[in-house]
Write a protein that binds this ligand. Structure first.
Ligand code: MN
Length: 460
């Protein structure tokens, strides 16, 4: 369990002024990890090499520059050499992060993450004696080119959004929308890690086999029903050995944090190929994630009781290996999720992006993150640091809470009208799709996950 500590104090302010703005996603209470390249700031700073940074307001604390300041004695020891219970020091941890290797740091587990968080919080707080030494280690986010935050070895996409599963099921099977296994087993498939890209990377419309219901035989061509899926992605921090399973009460110890995930989907390709083995080319051309991994500690204030959404047929109960007191009491996180669309014409006319949906994670999910980890390992599958577990599309119960165009347009039958008169059933070339998520509640500092965006390029 993640307990609240002084790093969550809503009154805590940073000497980095932009981190104190009410609407920033990255106040000092957040401190997410990202990987980036940036212009060299001197002969000691290898140009073009990736390093890990911490987002703070509009700035990034560059841990390569922090390490350099330490190594060259430009800064005092900063309390970084005291040994931890694991026999490491904060200085050792910063070395792997300075080298751009988030996986190595993640594998050290929650204690290292909490130790570094406490140090960063104190170092970046107003009145910190380290301000003068750390000031030159900051970079403007605008000067940083974000990379994938870590090496993603494997990617699994779940299907925890029960309203999404029901709505999509209705489109495919009107009389039998939710298959009988759904309420008992966390449904998922093993996805493709190689085509996961970081926010801002353009996404090319894929080709695929298409067979409209009226056609006798399939053809090959550009996807005509390109869609997005609003999801969150959990990043695994520590592995379990092959052949072992992770009990529910230990599951969260294996999680490092969360990113936003857009599981771009070619619906026409999907409809033709998905039986009998599930999604394949409909999903493997690109999946976009946000660059900043928001840690389990940063999310702790937004923990809440896990209650399953009310749904037709009710809740049949949970098998014992997926049920536990802590999971029920505080296994969910209350985040608001939003999707925005800006078409090429809107961009050309200077029109702001249009919101397509807004909903809450707690109203969408049939399973918690802990249950996903525990189920994934039930048969002995080994999760590894850097693995990504997608939640599946997180649609709320309302019509304006759906996390895909497939749902918002009723399977393409009810076009959406945008403020400039354009209509959409599915995505067109030039469309920019952006996902956002944040936590906000009384007595707690608001934090956000940043943005996850991508623009559709024409088929090659
Ligand atoms: Mn998905």
């Amino acid at each position: 369990m993640n307990l609240l500590d002084t790093t969550h104090d809503p009154a805590l302010r940073s000497w980095v002024a932009s981190a104190n703005a009410d609407d920033t996603d990255f106040p000092i209470q957040n401190l997410p990890f990202g990987c980036f390249t940036a212009p060299s700031v001197g002969p000691h700073d290898t140009p073009g090499s990736a390093r890990i940074g911490i987002a703070i307001g509009h700035q990034v604390l560059d841990l390569r520059l922090v390490q350099y300041a330490l190594l060259t004695g430009q800064a005092p020891a900063w309390g970084l050499t005291a040994e931890t219970a694991e026999g490491n020091t904060l200085r050792d941890w910063i070395a792997s992060l300075a080298a751009g290797d988030l996986n190595a740091f993640m594998s050290l587990g929650p204690a290292a993450r909490r130790g570094l968080r406490a140090w960063l919080s104190a170092a970046l707080a107003e009145g910190s004696p380290l301000q003068a030494a750390l000031q030159p280690c900051l970079r403007a986010q605008a000067d940083c080119t974000m990379q994938l935050p870590c090496q993603i070895g494997d990617y699994t996409d779940f299907y925890t959004g029960i309203h999404h599963a029901t709505s999509v099921g209705k489109l495919f099977r009107p009389d039998n929308p939710l298959l009988p296994n759904y309420k008992w087993v966390p449904i998922g498939y093993h996805g493709r890690a190689s085509s996961i890209v970081v926010s801002g990377t353009p996404v090319r419309r894929p080709l695929g086999q298409l067979k409209p219901p009226t056609a006798e035989t399939p053809t090959v061509g550009p996807c005509q029903r390109l869609d997005y899926e609003l999801e969150l992605g959990a990043v695994i921090g520590t592995r379990n050995a092959l052949g072992t399973r992770v009990p529910l009460e230990e599951a969260e110890d294996h999680l490092f944090g969360l990113v936003l995930l857009n599981d771009w989907s070619a619906r026409d390709v999907q409809a033709w190929e998905y039986q009998p083995l599930g999604p394949f080319l409909a999903k493997n051309f690109a999946s976009t994630i946000s660059p900043w991994v928001v840690t389990m500690e940063a999310l702790a204030p937004f923990r809440t009781a896990f209650t399953r959404p009310a749904i037709d047929g009710g809740d049949p109960g949970t098998l014992p290996y997926l049920d536990g007191e802590a999971n029920r009491a505080s296994g969910a996180f209350d985040l608001t999720l939003e999707v925005e669309l800006q078409t090429a014409a809107m961009r050309a006319a200077g029109l702001a992006p249009q919101r397509l949906s807004r909903g809450r994670w707690t109203e969408a999910a049939w399973w918690t993150l802990a249950q996903l980890v525990t189920h994934h390992t039930l048969g002995g599958c080994n999760l590894q640091e850097g693995d990504l577990l997608g939640t599946g599309t997180l649609s709320g119960p309302g019509p304006d809470q759906a996390g895909s165009l497939l749902e918002l347009s009723g399977g393409g039958k009810a076009p959406l009208t945008l403020p400039n008169g354009e209509t959409r059933t599915f995505l067109q070339d030039g469309d920019t799709l952006k996902l956002k998520a944040w936590g906000e509640k009384p007595g707690v500092r608001r934090i956000g996950l940043g943005a996850c965006s991508g623009t559709v390029l024409p088929a090659a």
